[in-house]
Design a protein around this ligand. Structure first.
Ligand code: ADP
Length: 524
């Protein structure tokens, strides 16, 4: 048995966990191993014979005799792993996991305390959490440049590293766009194939260097003697869609300054950064397309305006000369010839109406943009006045409920309502064509409804009718160009609202549109 005791003794001495053996009744330490001495930074002679409270900071001690953890072990938690703190000789606090066993030998009660130093784990855990929380700041950034500052700020505040830089690739060299702790001259460039950050660019994987001086790619920044020479390096690539977008470079003047856990943590952080950069890039791209689209829309409006305008003059000529021919040479022209001339003149008139509508469409959002306080009740009376001929001719009724006062360019509001009411009367075969206008005040907008008892719109045309010059009926049956609803849609878009309709064939249609309570007039 003597040999076996030797084996267990060795185990006790060499264990990587700290082991203390104490008298459970008095709390006096009677033995400890090498790891125990290392844990608290004391010689064995300084520990043996002392009360166990020498190991613990004040917060852990209870009335100077026993520690809280020890008491817990003594009572209901024997053998369980509990978290506690120890204090070293120099006053440093370390987090430990403690397992204590109570052993009774011939009426003596001993305690074996096995201590494992978890300070680093706890720190990493805390850092990981802090990194994770801080990374939320990335999600609200608007530009990649803004992200640079946030990255450096987070790494410094959470991980406490001193020398940080953000490098981008410029052809065959690496350029630092931001740095903390080191003054890197703006024109400094390191060759991509002769620098550790460069290697991160080329390989796309994190470089953890324990001794930079012996690394073949270590690039000494020989710019200023005041820059301390670096011994350890961590270069973390930020990879967005397989491209290394940037490299975060962290340096230290100490050897072996960075651990694998630092690397793992930063790799996880790098993924968050990459995701944010990706979102920003998408948003920038989207913004670019939107601007392009708005620009081309403006060009198109401009173009439409110019072309339409220029087309009107020759059209007038065609019409006038057709009439002149009819008037001056009418007798000399055959019946058939006169019919042709009438058709030419009518076509010119129709074309003129089309051009007028095109001009009108091109003006929405460009002309008459003055925002006014518009009392819609008053506006409706004006519209009814303008539509008097068709109302009288069709013996129609326009029913208007109490309407609100809105702030919009009046011309376009009038155009919108006129088109909808006019359509409601026009596409109507009821004995008394009736159009009712009402509104509903909602959370952020007003919703208007223009309802008629007209012919209705077949379902298959639901997608079609807001398109320019799309008509469901020949001109002989119902007058019009097919631009009215396209103009309405452009106006509502301009107001920042929406337009749609519901309809049943033969029963009537209701056109709905919304206007935000405080409209931000947009681009159309
Ligand atoms: P237009 O009135 O000049 O024909 P619009 O753009 O105003 O042009 O309307 C497009 C088409 O949608 C019309 O030709 C008609 O077929 C259909 N439409 C519009 N409003 C109504 C309505 N209130 N009832 C039935 N059909 C309608």
């Amino acid at each position: 048995m003597g040999g076996s005791e030797e084996i267990y003794r060795k185990l006790f001495i060499e264990s990587m966990d700290a082991i203390f053996i104490g008298d459970a009744r008095t709390g006096i330490i009677i033995d400890c191993n090498r790891a125990a001495c290392e844990l608290v930074g004391r010689e064995k002679s300084e520990l043996v014979g002392q009360h166990q409270s020498i190991l613990h900071p004040a917060s852990e001690r209870i009335d100077g005799t026993m520690t809280r953890t020890f008491l817990q072990h003594m009572t209901d938690k024997e053998g369980e792993v509990l978290e506690a703190q120890v204090v070293t000789k120099t006053g440093e606090i370390r987090d430990v996991a403690i397992k204590a066993n109570i052993i009774e030998i011939r009426e003596n009660l001993y305690v074996q305390g096995i201590f494992r130093d978890v300070t680093d784990w706890k720190r990493y855990e805390g850092q990981m959490r802090a990194l994770h929380i801080s990374a939320d700041k990335l999600a609200v950034t608007k530009s990649v440049e803004e992200i640079y500052d946030i990255i450096l700020d987070i790494i410094r505040s959470v991980l406490g590293f001193e020398f940080l830089g953000i490098a981008v690739r410029e052809g065959e060299s690496v350029h630092y766009v931001k740095a903390l702790g080191i003054d890197i001259p703006p024109d400094f460039r390191a060759p991509i194939d002769k620098s550790i950050a460069g290697r991160a660019f080329l390989t796309g994987s994190t470089q953890l260097i324990n001794d930079a001086k012996i690394d073949p790619d270590y690039h000494v920044v020989e710019v200023d003697a005041s820059i301390p020479s670096m011994r350890s390096e961590l270069a973390i690539p930020i990879v967005v869609d397989t491209k290394v977008e940037l490299v975060i470079n962290i340096e230290s003047t100490k050897l072996n300054a960075f651990t694998r856990r630092d690397k793992d943590m930063l790799d996880a952080f790098a993924d968050r950064i990459a995701a944010s950069i990706k979102i920003i890039r998408h948003e920038e791209e989207l913004q670019h397309y939107i601007e392009e689209l708005m620009r081309s829309n403006r060009d198109l409006d401009e173009y439409t305006y110019v072309v339409s305008h220029d087309l009107k003059a020759p059209l007038r000529t065609i019409r006038s000369f057709s009439y002149l021919l009819l008037k001056d040479l009418g007798d000399e022209i055959s019946e058939e010839g006169r019919d042709y001339l009438h058709r030419i003149a009518n076509a010119a008139i129709n074309m003129d109406a089309l051009i007028e509508d095109l001009l009108l469409l091109s003006r929405v959002g460009r002309k008459f943009t003055n925002v006014e306080e518009v009392d819609l009740n008053q506006l409706l009376r004006e519209i009814e006045g303008d539509l008097k001929p068709i109302i009288a001719q069709r013996k129609a009724r326009v029913v208007v409920n109490e309407l609100p006062v809105v702030h919009v360019p009046k011309t376009w509001m009038k155009q919108l309502l006129t088109n909808l009411i006019d359509n409601g009367i026009k596409f109507n075969k009821s004995e008394v064509p009736t159009v009712e206008v009402r509104f509903e005040s909602r959370n952020d907008d007003y919703m208007f409804a223009v309802r008629d008892n007209g012919i209705g719109i077949p379902e298959q045309y639901f997608d079609k009718i807001f398109k320019l010059f799309e008509r469901l009926h020949p001109r002989e049956e119902y007058e019009g160009t097919g631009a009215g609803l396209a103009i309405c849609k452009k106006i509502v878009d301009y107001f920042g609202g929406q337009i749609w309709f519901e309809s049943r064939l033969g029963e009537g249609s209701t056109f709905f549109f919304t206007i935000p309570s405080s409209p931000k007039l947009g681009e159309v």
